[in-house]
Design a protein around this ligand. Structure first.
Ligand code: SME
Length: 173
């Protein structure tokens, strides 16, 4: 099922089996790309228990596959979201509950699909190049522990297909 290639074979890592992985990006449509990506993410995540390490690889794999503007995680720490692993330009480090698209996804415990960030009341502009956004809550044992935030430099990049697949992807974490 895994589509990962292991060009460098095993390498040393505290006696654990550890392989170098290379992402295979395939598919014409968004749906085909997500379908190709899902088993690769599952393969990477299933052998690693560390959440931060898995968030880092998921952000990198999504970012590389789709060429988003910014792809990353904010973790729930107390009453705030705190910046986690990401790919893209530097970003705001802390977001309060209910603030911006990320804080809204956390407070409402619901994925937010924003076709035009300028029309989202309270949107936090970490980057002026961001035009549309999707934020997906990450659940563990019935509570939201993080959000996956993806920004696009184009309007209306995200739709129900993204919502469906990204919600599936964060369940693998
Ligand atoms: N735009 C987000 C802030 C995070 S950055 O996009 C990386 C928001 O409104 O919550």
């Amino acid at each position: 099922m895994s589509q990962l290639r292991y060009p460098l074979g095993e390498c040393c890592d505290l006696n654990r089996k550890y392989e170098m992985e290379e992402l295979i990006i395939q598919g014409e449509t968004k749906q085909e790309r997500y379908e190709a990506l899902l088993p690769q993410i599952a393969a990477v995540v299933e052998d690693e228990a560390d959440l931060i390490a898995n968030m880092a690889n998921v952000a990198a794999m999504l970012h590389e596959t789709f060429g988003f503007w910014w792809t990353g995680f904010y973790r729930v720490v107390g009453e705030e979201l705190v910046l986690g692993p990401f790919q893209g330009p530097m970003a705001c480090t802390r977001i309060r509950k209910g603030r911006g698209v990320c804080g809204t996804a956390w407070a409402e415990e619901e994925t937010q699909v924003v076709p035009d960030v300028e029309k989202f009341p309270g949107h936090i502009a970490c980057s002026s190049a961001s035009r549309s956004e999707i934020v997906v809550p990450v659940w563990k044992e019935g509570i939201v522990i993080a959000v996956l935030d993806i920004d696009s430099a184009q309007l209306a990049t995200f739709d129900e297909t993204d919502r469906r697949y990204l919600e599936q992807i964060v369940r693998l974490l």
